[in-house]
Design a protein around this ligand. Structure first.
Ligand SMILES: [Zn+2]
Length: 327
């Protein structure tokens, strides 16, 4: 009997030890970097829902997403950009395959800087995706674009709320949900035409931050890492946390030029994209199976926290990344 009790106690001790270990590894960021994970889930599941009909630029589906993002910007307490009267920056472009003119809206919200109002930092992601698959026989025909890029827009919304609450941004923060990315970076190109790029200190673009990265838990990678010292600033700010940032492991995919960061980088802005997705093997990329349920909510929330902590010195105005090199 005594042996049995000792055995049970030993077993219980082992289990509690194991549990403790699990709890410790889950706490990646202290409460100082708290992001409301329920809110994160709500953003993601709303934007990636079937109701949004795949958010193809120029459709009624993406309009629903636009309205959701506007409402969130208003709730958070952001203001409008430059001369715009609303959060919308409306523009038109010609669809390169159908030659049809499409009207689209970037959704832009601003958190004015406390002192350096004329130095801008962008947080962006594209809210458009591919729409509805034409083949009618398909059971699921909606490209939900949960990872691509409802996850990134979720990050932008969560960061807007986070920085609003922190109230420490000496620089002006510009939160943008771009349209027309999937049709050739249309929204970000339009935005780039309307600004004096020399006043834009950094561009932080989020793209597909919902999958487990190849470098393991608590990691993300950055496109164009060697093109400015932006990535090194982030790494320095993340020191002391278990979260690590790596250079883009897929250089042959040329990802630096394939997302909205490129439109600003072409103007000299140190503008890079954060991602966690193993794009070379991801079976859901640009498929109707890219649904919210396939994503890891912990990866999304912790990556948003990593971006918050990683960009803090840029937001506060104590670090300024070098201008981007395109050669
Ligand atoms: Zn994308």
């Amino acid at each position: 009997m005594k042996i049995k009790v000792t055995l049970i106690m030993l077993l219980m001790a082992l289990i509690s030890c194991h549990n403790k270990k699990k709890v410790v590894s889950k706490v990646v960021f202290s409460n100082e970097y708290k992001i409301d994970s329920n809110r994160v889930k709500k953003h993601l599941y709303t934007l990636a829902s079937d109701k949004m009909e795949g958010r193809r630029t120029g459709t009624a589906g993406i309009e629903k997403a636009a309205v959701y993002i506007e409402k969130e910007f208003k709730r958070i307490g952001l203001t409008t950009f430059k001369d715009l009267k609303t959060f919308r920056q409306i523009f038109t472009f010609k669809n390169r395959s159908t030659e049809k003119e499409i009207t689209a809206s970037n959704i832009i919200g601003v958190l004015e800087g406390k002192s350096n109002k004329n130095e801008f930092v962008i947080f962006s992601a594209h809210y458009d995706h591919l729409g509805i698959l034409k083949k009618a026989e398909q059971v699921d025909s909606i490209y939900n674009g949960a990872n691509d890029d409802a996850s990134g827009v979720t990050g932008v919304l969560a960061l807007a709320e986070y920085f609003k609450n922190k109230n420490f941004n000496e620089r002006t923060l510009v939160f943008i949900a771009f349209a027309g990315e999937e049709m050739g970076l249309k929204g970000s190109s339009h935005f780039g035409k309307e600004i004096d790029a020399t006043k834009f200190v950094a561009g932080i673009n989020l793209e597909m931050i919902g999958k487990n990265p190849i470098f393991g838990p608590n990691t993300a990678w950055l496109t164009g890492f060697e093109r400015s010292d932006f990535g090194k600033i982030i790494q320095r700010n993340l020191k002391g946390s278990p979260y690590q940032l790596f250079p883009d492991p897929y250089p042959k995919f040329n990802l630096f030029f394939r997302s909205d960061n490129a439109s600003l980088a072409r103007l000299g802005v140190p503008s890079h994209t954060f991602s966690t997705t193993p794009i070379d093997v991801d079976k859901d990329y640009h498929q109707v199976s890219d649904e919210a349920g396939t994503l890891n909510m912990t990866v999304i929330t912790q990556t948003i926290q990593a971006v918050a902590k990683g960009t803090e010195s840029i937001v506060k105005g104590t670090d300024t990344p070098t201008r981007v090199v395109l050669e």
